[in-house]
Design a protein around this ligand. Structure first.
Ligand code: 9WN
Length: 445
């Protein structure tokens, strides 16, 4: 599907052009910066979402975006969450390349990267991008990416299965992509850290965004302490269970990992490989996710803290994301629907605003602070995708309309006030623009 097929109203037409301009403005020779100011390098899951948008207007850029990211894949298969652009000054983002020190690690690529990962939405994105713009060169790019996507999954399913139950653990809130979510409050509170330790560094985010919207200094001190522990261990995963201060099984991360196997089955079929092993692995991940992270008493999914063995109590939007799995059992699909349409999230066939990132009725709901309330386009896109996959077309249509209406008034911001719809964070944000293109180009069925 390409740009010219968009059945646009004048408003949608203008929005389409704004989104393309935003992506163009952030394009940087072989990748797209999430934001020129706040995030001037390449981010892993951002690139996946952004590739879906490029597929509508510039399919070659979609493949370049994913390929440049996977060029930085480590020998063990991990796809780093940040690939540093050497042309950007080293102090433009904290923590920068010197802090991560990837060059000192055997098996890291030549380009400087972080040592963490992000939710593995890349196979899903590659499969989407291909189906949006099928072509011979697209199939060839898909064929080259396939073994790298498989290696990414293998890394997560082996090195990161710290709990031994078939799910991957995240070792830092940054790996969740929802860095400051209330879901991490309990495991993060157990990480020993002192704000004073931050004195050695300068937070660059506060030069571009209001402190009241961003994580606190104590959160940052803990983020730094967790990376320091992992870096000191050479980013090796074999000692995680004994030593590492933050170990959590996240519902979104694992739903993405399962959805990736479904996407890889589709890709395998397209390029003449065997889809069978992917379908089998997908089924195992779905079973493990339901067994480990679904709580029948709350009727939603929660992260599991491996340090305590307990599910974390917050009911965040993470709980809705297993809908991404096409083979999620009907009981859990229905439980997620009930949770989503409750006053906590407000999903409806006509809804004033997209889903918030946290339960609107919770005492710790904060409409302005990063991932603790604001609405984000990528999460709404994922949930829409899941609703469509499970036949909830009218709810998906309500969500789509609310996403378009929000961006029509507020533009391509990084995130949005979940009640007023005011745009927050970076005003020219990559995945917002990219996913708007996709939503505009895929009208309700
Ligand atoms: C840390 C780039 C990234 C997103 C994350 C988002 C934010 C970074 C930060 O920006 O995280 O990785 O500095 O806060 O939380 O989801 O990938 O857009």
């Amino acid at each position: 599907m390409s740009g010219k097929l968009v059945p646009a109203t004048p408003d949608e037409d203008e929005l389409w052009r704004l989104a393309v301009r935003t992506l163009d403005g952030n394009w940087e020779h072989d990748h797209t910066a999430p934001s020129r100011t706040l995030y001037p390098h390449q981010w892993s899951w951002d690139s996946a979402f952004i590739a879906i948008g490029w597929a509508h207007v510039h399919p070659d850029r979609a493949w370049t975006e994913l390929t440049s990211l996977f060029d930085a894949q480590w020998r063990d298969g991990r796809v780093p969450h940040i690939v540093f652009n050497p042309a950007v000054p080293v102090d433009a983002y904290f923590p920068g390349p010197g802090f991560w020190a990837s060059a000192a690690v055997d098996g890291a690529p030549r380009v400087a990267t972080s040592g963490l990962v992000q939710p593995p939405v890349h196979a899903l994105a590659a499969w989407h991008a291909y189906r949006r713009a099928p072509s011979e060169s697209g199939r060839a790019a898909l064929g080259r990416l396939y073994p790298r996507l498989v290696a990414q999954q293998r890394y997560l399913a082996t090195h990161r299965d710290v709990g031994g139950a078939g799910l991957a653990s995240i070792v830092h809130p940054w790996e969740s992509g929802l860095d400051n979510s209330p879901a991490w409050d309990a495991p993060l509170a157990a990480v020993p850290a002192e704000v004073a330790a931050l004195g050695a560094y300068r937070r660059r985010d506060l030069a571009h965004a209001a402190a009241a919207h961003r994580p606190t200094d104590l959160d940052y001190a803990r983020y730094v302490a967790i990376v320091t522990a992992y870096r000191t261990a050479g980013y090796r995963d074999d000692g995680l269970a004994d030593e590492h201060p933050f170990l959590v099984e996240c519902p979104l991360f694992n739903a993405a990992m399962g959805a990736a196997e479904h996407a890889l089955a589709g890709i395998a079929g397209e390029i003449g490989a065997d889809p069978g092993p992917h379908t089998e692995r997908a089924a195992r991940i779905t079973t493990a996710l339901v067994n480990r992270l679904y709580d029948p008493t709350t009727g939603t999914f929660h992260p599991r803290d491996l340090r305590t063995g307990r599910l974390t109590p917050a009911r965040t939007v993470l709980g809705l994301t297993p809908l991404l799995l096409p083979d999620l059992p009907a009981r859990q699909v229905e439980a997620i629907r009930v949770e989503a349409v409750s006053s906590r999230f407000g999903l409806a066939t006509r809804m004033p605003r997209p889903l918030p990132s946290h339960d609107r009725t919770a005492a710790d709901f904060e409409p302005l602070r990063y991932w603790r309330g604001p609405s984000w386009m990528n999460i709404n896109w994922l949930v829409r995708h899941g609703l469509l996959g499970h036949g909830h077309t009218e709810l998906a249509a309500g969500l789509r309309a609310s996403m378009i209406e929000l961006a029509t008034t507020a533009g391509c911001h990084e995130y949005f006030h979940p009640e007023t719809g005011v745009g927050l964070g970076s005003p020219a944000f990559g995945w917002t623009a990219a996913l708007l293109l996709d939503v505009l180009a895929t009208p309700d069925r």
